[in-house]
Design a binder for this molecule. Structure first.
Ligand code: SF4
Length: 631
């Protein structure tokens, strides 16, 4: 078998950042292909620098490669110059470790991190000489799977995928790959594709799209997702597929010797996952729903892992990752001990995802004693009314007090994240964004004056567009139209006159595409295929985005993207993801939607009692350390 890395060597001077395609990093694992039963190619549908900053990749690399009979290698979306080279020289997509071409592996798996990566997936399949449509693949072809947050509604990609992993990959992926290995071993290295897919569907947490048929009525509304008879099984595929979940985060595998890139990547630092899941209950937030229940790693485990990370990487920063870092039960003790352990070693600690409260400022102050970088908060909405609708649980006074504490502690820059287009939003709420930013500037600047400091507090307001997501209380809500989004951004642009506030906003067109695919069904697959044919790649990269090509792809497919994005679903509607069970009770989502429209908050169950989302079972009761069921 050819090592394609050697074939690109003569052209390395012709492409940007050739290290993206060479592998060979510190802590890379290269296994003997003849000594394993299943060879897996993890495919990240974006450039190397983005993919290598993704903790999920490192976790799966560890989880799969620690199993002796399995092998995982990596590949990333080639940048446009590399794609041109691969096509010109007829070099296929290959794995970074062995240089083998994608089609040589037993299985290729894409992580679905966001909707704007979908054309890269099809392009990578095409570069790998893998048939695009699952129905066109035969027993000789590699298996194509996917997982990650957008797998919670994989329907727009379903016709391209053989199987989809729902939930936490480190639980299920090794099991799935072992099943493939055993299946082939029993058949002299050959695959009976349909029989294998039926075996995989029996694993639990694995969704095989070809075993389900969507049914539409005359008006084109989805009325059912019918499970079909599974080949050789004499029974139908399960009506509901339940996500896989990790029983105990504290004892779960964690990559303490992760791959260390030789080029600068987006997050060039050690990553320590301190907890998973969030119970804050923001009603727009998909991660807050699909990663439940909350599970923590103990302080003892984390300190041990931090020590090992330091030994194996040489990074000078450690980031404590989670959806809400200050919610970890022992965060103060953890931060204090880390600072003590790293004293004198020039290693800094960073805490993304802090909530707007005094405690967060104390924590941030502890870790940034010397260098005060910007402080970031996400009030999301400008008025208390709308923050109650979305269950953000932060009051204006709490935010202003946090700003005061931050400025007193030495900060002079703050970044605030907002969204426009949230359900029930009025122009008063939009105006509230500008008004809140002004209050923050005034309060912060006042404190600076009192402290005898020159200058003023600088605020960056970053405003994105609401995208309704599957498995959230706002999954039924339509998105604002392009015109409405544009009018809201135009209003804010002219309304924010204070030079101490800089205003940034997201392009409404890409937000519309995200909404279409986040809640879309299988009819969208043809649009993705057409857009890919028309040259769409790296759609989340502004300079690469081809809006006209997307418009034509929708027109040719007879689909109206604006209508799809702004569609409000009935509460009784069958949704494209209705058969995918992420453990959250649909009645809880409906109750939360009703409470949102009544502007009523649901307090965090961690501190105020169970609100019956369903994830901890019928009895409720928060799970922190390893009491949840596996799978
Ligand atoms: S079941 Fe209850 S305690 Fe468990 S996460 Fe849901 S609301 Fe919280």
């Amino acid at each position: 078998m050819n090592n394609w890395k050697q074939d690109i060597e003569p052209f390395l001077n012709d492409i940007s950042k050739p290290q993206r395609y060479l592998g060979g990093e510190l802590n890379e694992i290269v296994k003997d292909w003849t000594a394993v039963s299943c060879r897996f190619l993890f495919a990240f549908p974006d450039v190397y620098e983005v993919g290598m900053s993704h903790l999920g990749l490192q976790i799966l690399y560890e989880a799969v490669n620690q199993t002796p009979e399995l092998l995982m290698e990596r590949t990333f979306a080639p940048w446009t110059d590399m794609e041109a080279l691969l096509r010109r020289e007829s070099i296929p997509l290959f794995g970074l470790e062995s240089g083998r071409e994608a089609a040589d592996y037993d299985c290729i798996g894409f992580t679905l991190q966001h909707e704007m990566s979908y054309t890269n997936i099809l392009n990578m399949l095409s570069l790998g000489n893998i048939p695009l449509w699952a129905a066109e693949r035969g027993d000789e072809d590699i298996l194509v799977i996917a997982g990650g947050p957008c797998a919670s509604n994989p329907e727009p990609l379903a016709p391209f995928l053989d199987a989809v992993i729902l939930g936490e990959g480190e639980v299920l992926l090794p099991r799935l790959l072992q099943t493939i290995g055993n299946h082939k071993a029993c058949r002299g290295g050959k695959m009976d594709r349909k029989a294998l897919l039926a075996e995989l569907a029996g694993l639990g947490g694995v969704y095989v799209p070809s075993f389900y048929e969507p049914v539409y009525d005359a008006a084109g509304e989805l009325t059912a997702i019918m499970p079909l008879e599974m080949p050789g099984m004499e029974r139908k595929a399960p009506a509901m597929i339940k996500k896989a979940r990790l029983k105990d985060l504290d004892s779960a595998c964690f990559p303490t010797a992760p791959l260390v890139p030789y080029i600068e990547v987006v997050h060039d630092r050690m990553m320590l996952e301190i907890l998973r899941g969030c119970t804050r209950g923001c009603r727009f937030c998909q991660a807050g729903m699909i990663y439940r229940p909350v599970r923590e790693r103990s302080c003892e485990t984390l300190l041990r892992q931090a020590d090992a990370l330091k030994k194996h990487t040489g990074h000078n920063e450690i980031s404590l990752t989670s959806l809400s870092s200050s919610d970890h039960t022992c965060i103060k003790e953890l931060v204090h001990n880390l600072m003590e352990n790293f004293e004198g070693e020039q290693i800094s600690v960073s805490l993304p995802s802090l909530r707007a409260n005094h405690f967060s400022v104390e924590l941030a102050n502890e870790i940034q004693k010397v260098r005060k970088t910007g402080f970031t908060f996400a009030p999301e909405a400008g008025t208390q009314r709308l923050r109650d609708v979305i269950n953000k649980g932060v009051t204006e006074e709490a935010l202003l007090q946090t700003i005061e504490h931050a400025v007193q502690a030495g900060w002079s820059q703050v970044k605030l994240y907002f969204m426009v287009g949230l359900p029930t939003e009025t122009m008063e709420d939009v105006d509230g964004i500008a008004a809140l930013c002004e209050k923050v500037v005034r309060r912060g600047t006042q404190v600076m004056k009192e402290k005898g400091r020159f200058g003023a507090l600088k605020v960056t307001a970053s405003v994105s567009n609401f995208v309704p997501k599957a498995h959230t209380p706002f999954q039924w809500s339509g998105q604002d139209t392009q015109e409405v989004f544009k009018a809201k951004h135009a209003y804010l642009r002219q309304r924010i006159r204070d030079r101490r506030i800089s205003y940034h906003y997201h392009d409404p067109f890409t937000s519309m595409l995200e909404a279409v695919f986040a809640r879309g069904d299988r009819r969208l697959a043809v649009v993705i295929a057409k857009a890919t044919e028309k040259g769409c790649r790296f759609d989340s990269w502004t300079e690469q985005f081809k809006g006209e090509a997307w418009k034509t792809a929708f027109e040719e497919s007879g689909l109206d993207m604006q209508a799809l994005a702004s569609k409000t679903f009935q509460l009784t509607a069958v949704l494209p993801w209705s058969h995918l069970d992420y453990g959250i009770d649909p009645d809880f989502l409906k109750r939360e939607q009703a409470l949102a429209f009544k502007e009523t908050i649901t307090p965090d169950c961690r501190y105020h009692g169970c609100s019956r989302c369903g994830i901890c079972g019928p009895e409720g009761g928060l799970v922190l350390f390893g009491k949840a069921e596996d799978l």
